[in-house]
Design a protein around this ligand. Structure first.
Ligand SMILES: [Zn+2]
Length: 172
């Protein structure tokens, strides 16, 4: 249980909310997507598929946000290609994020780990008993500092990853 083909069959056979009166079948919009790391929740639309990538779907005439799988999401928004593209992007971000911590971080003269990636220079350093990060572009005319301190060096590095991912994301 878990492939896109499985979920296509579930949609086609009208499983779960696909057969419930009052639940819109069209006109939904995806508001977020999340990677749970492994298949662990049930799609709230077909109520059958166990999903890892959760597409959060919203509808003006439905109160709740539904957490659904890729194929249900695509059918709900009327654009299966968009839903699959969203999931593929999420997958590549997830694997990139996993590799991020094991990249070859250098050590600066001050002893702080730093890395050049995607056109940015990233430095993490100890601050007030925790870890903070600075991101600057190559021209150094834009410098971003993490507002929060993080408990560990790894968490500070992951903050940077998420931050840069957002900076690089195409504006909707
Ligand atoms: Zn589903």
């Amino acid at each position: 249980m878990g492939t896109h083909e499985d979920e296509e069959k579930l949609v086609a056979s009208g499983r779960g909310k696909w057969s419930v009166a009052g639940v819109p079948h069209k006109g939904w919009q995806c508001v977020d997507i999340e990677d749970l790391g492994e298949p662990q929740v049930q799609c709230e639309m077909c109520e059958s598929q166990t999903i890892r990538y959760v597409h959060y779907m919203e509808h003006p005439k439905y109160e709740e946000v539904l957490e659904v799988g890729c194929v249900c999401a695509g059918n709900m928004e009327g654009d299966l290609v968009a839903a699959k593209h969203r999931e593929t992007t999420m997958k590549s971000t997830s694997s990139k994020r996993k590799r991020w911590l094991t990249r070859k971080w250098k050590v600066s003269a001050k002893g702080n780990p730093w890395l050049r990636a995607d056109g940015y220079r990233i430095t993490v350093y100890e601050r007030a008993g925790g870890w903070a990060a600075t991101v600057s572009d190559d021209e150094k005319d834009k410098v971003f500092h993490s507002r929060r301190n993080y408990k560990t060096e790894e968490l500070a590095k992951l903050w940077v990853f998420d931050y840069i991912t957002k900076l690089l994301a195409p504006k909707a």
